[in-house]
Design a binder for this molecule. Structure first.
Ligand code: SF4
Ligand code: SF4
Length: 88
C-alpha cells in the first residue's frame, strides 16, 4: 500500500548523500593530521553536515564521509592546520 517512490516518481531507497562528490571512487575527502590535532573540537562542532565524531581521545573521525560537501569550514577554522582537503 505505501508508496516507495517520491513525488517525482523516483526511488527513495538511494542513500541521501548531501555531497556532490563520490568518495567511493577517489581519496577520502580530507586528511587529518592527528599528530597536530589537539582535540579542540572546533571542526566537530562547526561541520554543518555532522561528518565528524570524536574518537576516544576527542579527535575527529570521519564517521559520515559521504556527507562532506567540501564546504571548507573545518580546515579554515582548525587552529593547528591539521586538516587538508584532498579535493581543493
Ligand atoms: S579543529 Fe583541528 S585541532 Fe581542533 S579537533 Fe579539529 S582537527 Fe583537531
Ligand atoms: S569540508 Fe565542510 S562538510 Fe566537509 S567535513 Fe569539513 S566542515 Fe564538514
Amino acid at each position: 500500500m505505501s508508496a516507495s517512490t517520491d513525488a517525482a516518481g523516483e526511488s527513495t531507497k538511494k542513500p541521501a548523500s548531501k555531497s556532490k562528490y563520490d568518495y567511493s571512487k577517489g581519496p577520502a575527502p580530507l586528511n587529518i593530521n592527528l599528530a597536530w590535532c589537539k582535540a579542540c573540537n572546533i571542526c566537530i562542532a562547526l561541520c554543518p553536515q555532522q561528518v565528524f565524531e570524536p574518537d576516544k581521545d576527542g579527535k575527529p573521525e570521519m564517521a559520515r564521509v559521504e556527507n562532506c560537501t567540501q564546504c571548507t569550514i573545518c580546515w579554515i577554522h582548525c587552529p593547528d592546520f591539521a586538516i587538508i582537503s584532498n579535493y581543493k
